[in-house]
Design a protein around this ligand. Sequence first.
Ligand SMILES: Nc1ncnc2c1ncn2[C@@H]1O[C@H](COP(=O)(O)OP(=O)(O)OP(=O)(O)O)[C@@H](O)[C@H]1O
Length: 645
Amino acid sequence: MAMYWSDRVDDGVHSGARPPRASYVPPHLRPNSFVDESRHRFHEDPYAFDTRFGRHRNSRQLGRGLVGRARGLGRGRGGRGGRGRSQHHGFHDPVPEANPFEAVVEKFDELEVLSENAEDNEEAINFDAYEDIPVESSGENVPPPVDKFEEIDLGKALNENIKKCKYVKPTPVQRHAIPIAVAGRDLMACAQTGSGKTAAFCFPIICGILSGQSSGSVMPRGARVACPTGLILSPTRELSCQIHDEVKKFAYQTGLKAVVVYGGAPIVQQFRNIERGVDILVATPGRLVDMIERDRVSLKKIKYLALDEADRMLDMGFEHQIRKIVQQTDMPPPGSRQTMLFSATFPDEIQRLASDFLSNYVFLSVGRVGSSTDLISQKVEHVEDMDKRNRLMELLQSQRASGKYGKQSLTLVFVETKRGADSLETWLTSNGFPATAIHGDKVQLERERALRSFKSGATPIMVATDVASRGLDIPHVSHVINFDMPRAIDDYVHRIGRTGRAGKHGAATAFFNDSNLPIARALVTLMQEAKQQVPAWLKECAGKSSHSPGDGGGGGGRSHRYRGGSKFGGYDYRSDTAANVDYSSSSSSHHHYVDSRAYVNPYATTSYAAVPYSVPYVADPGFYATQHGYPAAYGGESVAANGWD
Ligand SMILES: Nc1ncnc2c1ncn2[C@@H]1O[C@H](COP(=O)(O)OP(=O)(O)OP(=O)(O)O)[C@@H](O)[C@H]1O
């Protein structure tokens, strides 16, 4: 008998004789009814992308049975600081879905699937785009990479789900990270945005729990404390929900239970969800701490801990909570659990902090740490603040004129402040451009509504603060506009990474003026690495900014980790002999690959020694913040208030 998704994953099913109230359906569980049934076409970028990656798409329509869904009823009241009364809207509650892959079909239909037979799909996705990415791994006895999922013993059920997801072969980060993690090693992995890091930590957790026959999901009758075996932490509610959806797909029909808990949603409902048992808990840190303090979650059985957006999780906004969760609870210590840290950016001072949580770990970087993918066509324009709206309007008008506007071509506009987001949304809408906005002052229902409206194309423009900058995997985002530049280059990398994902192309436009000078140098370097054309005026700005006092020479909060010179992979801070003299022992190894072809670069280690812009590590948690310009706060808003959960 077919197993229904809602039967397996305990998401807070309304039980008992009373029929469930029709409830608000969060976007993560809702199939996209707006998706055009005609063939999706690869979007074209506004800046004449290289079209060599374009492939013919299969005309076969994948089945898209309508999935039962409930209609939203209540409207959360708006208001600052989440003061709006939050009725029970069934946040991320279960919706009777026939099968999680029904909704997934649309998502994966985005991918270049050429044939129903997975075996024939070798070139289904644009893996060519990743072929020349340098890969570096370091640590003791690093397990070698694989070329196919079948080379790793992931178990029958997971393998079937991987096929259903149309993951024909692993992306480079998966190729390297999964064997390392499946071998039980701790891992710090850095890979470019949109390159498949989620699966890289989900597969080993699912496979490990299944093979270990752990039974965290079974709670004794009357027990109220949930004891998950796997814990995945992420910085935002939306990202946690997205990861939860991914885990559910990958763990479909395995018997594993995945639950998500996050702030802004009714905790009582989430208690009910975890009471039904949980193997893999996906959480935002604040809500998890709350649950631990109320003795409703115990971490004593944790065998797998993954931090997505790990550098964000360990910087000043979250470090305290993460330390509390990882070091001040009953969670087994490093060595007794397996810890995996993933991000597209990994400043070396954060690497140092992170090593507190790891044991004999492997450092893996796919591409240079903090680099952006060259699938994104980047453009920087000099625009004064007072001209930004007009310029934005021009860009949107030209997109509309060329047909690159609408539900198949979404535009994400990043601004610095929440107030700025609201005001730009209003202005765009009143000028005939349907827009929505997402930021941390909106109640969760409004955030989800905004995201849903954007994803569906009902409002093909979304104005966002950094709350939407990391991790979100939204199909059809073809253009990211940095209306306000971020203060740190890493934030720029994550923001533009909302486009150009999974081998697709995207475009990013940044409005730059003198107030952004501190980021100029890092921006130029980043663009040059990604083979982008850098305007001469920007190079001049970079020349000026490199001499700015206090920026360490690189600007953008990155100078101290921007190790010039090496063309290979990333940077494991342990390679810095000054930082870790023991590391250069003969038992450790340092591998460089170009893609999966083993390539040993004899000069790599020494190349790191040439650190032109290095500044000393300061054991001061405020240091990283200072580098990111946080103490001055974003326009008077604290980092936490900026929307991080
Ligand atoms: N092996 C694969 N084959 C096909 N598609 C894949 C594969 N792995 C991942 N994807 C798809 O690629 C997209 C990006 O993956 P994911 O969100 O995990 O990227 P990421 O590296 O975590 O990005 P970010 O740094 O922005 O968080 C997703 O839509 C995912 O389903």
